[in-house]
Design a protein around this ligand. Sequence first.
Ligand code: ADP
Length: 712
Amino acid sequence: MKDAITRADFFRGLIAAVVAFAILLGLEAVERGLPERTDAAAEALSVSADIEGEYAPGTYSASANGFGGPVEVTLTVGENGGITDADIVGEGETPDVGGAAIPQLAAQLLSAQSAEIDGVSGASLTTGAVRQAAADALSAAAGLEVLSGPKAEDGNLFIPGSYMASAKGFGGDVTIVVKVSENAIEALDIDGDHETENIGSFAVSMLGERILAAQSPNIDALTGATVTSGAILRALKDAFTQAGADLSAFPDAREPEIDSADKPEETLEADIVIVGAGGAGMTAAIKATQAGKNVILLEKMPYAGGNTTKATGGMNAAETHYQKEQGIQDTVAQFIEDTIKGGHNLNNRALVTVMAENSAKGIDWLDSIGAPLPKVSFSGGATNARIHSPEDGSGVGAYLVTAFLKKMDELKVNVMYDTKATELIYENGAVTGVMAEGKANKYAIHAKSVILTTGGFGSNEDMIVQYKPELKGTVKTGSPGATGDGIVMAQEVGAALVDIEQIQLHPTVEQSTSMLITEGVRGDGAILVNQSGKRFINELLTRDVVSAAELEQEGSYAYIIFDQKLREGLKATEKYISIGITTQADTVEELAEKLGIDPATLADTVTTWNQYVADKNDPDFGRDTGMEADLSHGPYYAIKIAPGIHHTMGGVQIDTDAEVISTRGRAIPGLFAAGEVTGGVHGGNRIGGTAVTDIVVFGTIASESAVEYCDK
Ligand code: ADP
C-alpha cells in the first residue's frame, strides 16, 4: 500500500510537469496571437500507463454540447485504473477560443484524474462540455468495475442472450438490442428514430454494419455524426457489460490514419467526374448517368447530402402543375422579380431567369423520380404561394436526399465516399480530371469533363474571416463538408469569383448546438423578445434584417417565444424540446422568471401581441404575416437564439450553361459548376426555398453541358 502511495505521488508529479508544459505551449500560442490549430479538432495527451486509479481499464467516450456543437471526450484507463490518455474533439468550437482551450482541458483531465477540472477562463461553454462528457465517460468507467455484475464463463466473451441498452443521442435516446452467442455478436438492432434524418440515421445503419464486421465496440465514430455514434457505442458497451463481457477484451478496430505520403496512387477513368454528393451533385450524377455517361461521384464525407440535407423549407417554382391544380396564380416573371428584389439587386439576371424558367420542369422531374413536392405555400419574399414541399410536412432536404440516393442506387452510380477531391487536373488549357484522396489511396481520375458541386464555405472559419472579417467566430449551421474546396480548386485554374463576401446569417440559431430554428416557428406565430422582454422587430422580415436587429440588442441575442398550440401544429418543435434547448413554463410570468426577464414586462408584451393578432394589425413593427394564431395556450416555450452563418451566396462565376468563367471572362473548357459553390444566383440575400431550385435546375444544366462537352 505504502509503495502504491509513493508511486501515485511520483506519477502525480510527472503529470503536473506534463500539464505545465502543455499549458505553456497553449499560452505561448495565445501570446503569439496564433490559435494552435485552425480547426479546433482532436487533441490527445497521455501519461504513463502505470498511473493508478479507481476505474476499469478500457476506453470510454462521451460527448456534450459545447459552444459550436458536440465536444467528444475519450478517456483511456490503463491497467492500474488511472486515466492515461485524454482525447478531446470539438470540431465546432471557435478555433481561437474553445478550440485553443482544448489542449489545456485535456491536460487538466490528466492532472486531476477526474472530471473536476478548473477549466479555461473565456471558454466556459467548451469547459462545461468537457467536464460533462468526462464525467459521463468516467461514470461508465466506474460502473464497469462492479464485481458483483455478471461475468461470462472463462474463455467466453459473453453470456449468450439478447441485451438492451440506451444512451442519449442528438435527438433523444438511442436504444440498441444486441444478440450475442458465447463468443460473437450475432445481431444488432439500433433504434435512433429521433436522430437527424440522413445524418444521424446514416450513423445508425453504418455503425451497425461496422460493429458486426469488427465484432468490437472499439470502432471509429462516423464523421459529422459524433453524437449519435457516441450514443450507439455507449449503449453497446452498456449491453456488453450486462452480457458479462470484459470490455478490455475487444480488439481495437479503429482505422489507423495513413500518412498521405504513404498512400499508393491509383489511376481511374470516367466520362464525367462530379465533385460533391449534395443536391446539385446527385442531380447531375443521375442525369448524366441517364444520358449514358460513365460517372464518378466523389464525396469527402462518409455519407451524401451536404447542406442539402439540412434544408427544411421547400423548393420555389413558378407556373407548376401543382400551382395550376390548386388555383394559384403565379408567373415566372414574378418569380424572377421577387428573387432579384430579395437579393438586393445584386443577382445575375440571366442566371435567375434561367432558374425561374426551368423551375416548373424541375418539379416535374422530381415527380418522375418519386420525390413529389405537392404542398404549395407562401414563404418570405415571395409575392405568390410558390414554395413546394413534401405532402407530409417533412423537411425538403432529407426527403430529396433519400430520393436521390434511391435513384442513384437504381442507376448504379459509382459514388466514392470518404474521398476528397484535392486538385483539378489542368492540361493544355482545359480541365481533364481530378486528383483525389481516400482513406487508403490517392487517385488520379482522368475524365472528359468535371462538374464542381462542392457546396459553400459556411463551415470554413478561415474563408469566412478572409471574405467577411466581421463574422469572425460566428456560429455555423452548415454541414462539416461546406469548406469551400471547390472555390479554391476552381480559382487555381483561373476561375473568377462573384459576390464572395455575401454571406447569409440565419436569425434563429441556438448557439450551443448550432441548431437552426426553422422560420416555420415564426411563420406559425412565434415572436422574438430581447432580454428586457420586449419585441424589437417584425420577426418575418428578411433574414439579414432580423439578424442585424438581434445583434443590436443587449448581449446580441434574443428569445423566440411560442406556446403549446404552436408546438402541437409544428413537428419541428419536438426536436428542439427533445434535445433540451427549450425553456418551458406553465405561465408567461414563470417563463420570464426562468429567463431572468422581468415577468410583468414579458406578460405585457405577450398580451399586447395577442391583441395585435386579434386586430390583424401590429402598430409597433408592421408585421402582417404569421398572425393566424395568438400565444395564449400554456405551457409556454422559449429558445435563446442569435444569428448563425447559414448560406454563402457568392462563389465561382458561371454562365447560363453552368460553364465556369475565368477571370479573363472566358469559359474554362471542361469545367462546370452548380449549386452553392457558384455565385450570382442569389445576389446579396437568398430567399428561403431558392437553394433547392438552384441545385435542381443548375445541377441539371451542368450535367447537360458536361454531357454535350464529352460528346464534342
Ligand atoms: P449543394 O447544395 O450545392 O448541392 P451541398 O452542401 O448540399 O451543396 O453538397 C456539397 C457536398 O460536397 C457535400 O456533401 C460536401 O461534403 C461535398 N464536398 C465538399 N468538398 C468536397 C471535396 N473536396 N471532395 C469531395 N466532396 C466534397
